[in-house]
Design a protein around this ligand. Structure first.
Ligand SMILES: NC(=O)c1ccc[n+]([C@@H]2O[C@H](COP(=O)([O-])OP(=O)(O)OC[C@H]3O[C@@H](n4cnc5c(N)ncnc54)[C@H](O)[C@@H]3O)[C@@H](O)[C@H]2O)c1
Length: 262
């Protein structure tokens, strides 16, 4: 093994659990939907997961195994992001995996968007991702290893359906953010990738739909003829944070049933 590949593990044995066992993982937005499914999947594969969300009661019942921890924080505030990472490091002494799922969706026509809405959306959806990546990068640089996933959206490419323009603008920022971190952290053996979910069956995904309009929308617009399940996104995230994704960085992976076919 050369100096360049020292510390890189490449296992082709599926029973090795993707190399997740024992890894220290931090998942944001873990009270609900994709974040929750990801936190639980990583924990099931043996990671020590810290699940963080602004909604503490929403994390009741989350199954993180014996070594899981929940933390409550408003991640739209960079100081809170630093604090979440500092508390995790005080406990675990390292951070291997960061998955940024926390976000909100508001549907407001552009003409009615005011500074307060802009700030709320950008702070919650984009500044939080920046602050979490920045905080996670410090220990990952020192370790010379780490995996980061940032959740964007197909909205970043289609302008945001049903007046979700500010959301879409922020999700476009997530793409550039991930590439910037990917470029700067590659020298430290840290990968940074983006997932772009399409319509996923979570409270955010169903927002503004009735059960009927939800099913009809996906049957008519998505090649796979259905919305996705949060666990299906979690499995794609798993690939990117596992040994199996070790040579993938700066990539954008669509998990959208063929909605965009790009
Ligand atoms: N569901 C979809 O159809 C869909 C599509 C594209 C992208 N996404 C993205 O996937 C990610 C997960 O979305 P989801 O569908 O699971 O949504 P969700 O609403 O089920 O979960 C989002 C979680 O983020 C938390 N959160 C919100 N503001 C926060 C803050 N300030 N600090 C900490 N936590 C906060 C919420 O409490 C919630 O638990 C988001 O980034 C979302 O934009 C979702």
């Amino acid at each position: 093994m050369s100096e360049l590949t020292a510390g890189v593990t490449v296992s082709a044995d599926p029973s090795a659990g993707f190399g997740i066992a024992g890894k220290v993982a931090l998942v944001t937005g873990a009270a609900s939907g994709i974040g929750r499914a990801t936190a639980e999947l990583l924990a099931r594969l043996g990671a020590k997961v810290t699940a963080v969300d602004i909604n503490g009661s929403g994390m009741a019942g989350i199954d993180l195994g014996d070594s899981g921890v929940t933390d409550v924080a408003d991640l739209s505030v960079p100081r809170a992001c630093d604090q979440v990472v500092a508390s995790l490091l005080a406990r675990e002494r390292r951070l291997d995996i960061l998955v940024n799922c926390a976000a909100i969706l508001r549907r407001v026509p552009i003409a009615q968007v005011d500074a307060a809405l802009w700030e709320k959306m950008m702070d919650t959806n984009l500044l939080s991702q920046f602050a979490m990546c920045r905080a996670a990068a410090r220990p990952m640089r020192k370790q010379n290893s780490g995996r980061i996933v940032v959740i964007s959206s197909t909205a970043a490419f289609n302008g945001g359906a049903n007046a979700s323009s500010v959301y879409a603008i922020g999700k476009g920022g997530s793409l550039a953010l991930a590439k910037s971190f990917a470029r700067q952290l590659a020298a430290y053996n840290v990968t940074v990738n983006v997932i772009c979910p399409g319509g996923i069956d979570t409270p955010m995904g169903r927002f503004g739909f009735t059960d009927e309009s939800w099913a009809a929308h996906y049957a008519n617009n998505v090649p796979l003829k259905r919305a996705g399940q949060p666990e299906e996104v979690a499995k794609s995230i798993l690939f990117l944070v596992s040994d199996w994704g070790s040579y993938v960085t700066g990539h954008t992976l669509d998990v959208e049933g063929g909605l965009m076919l790009r």
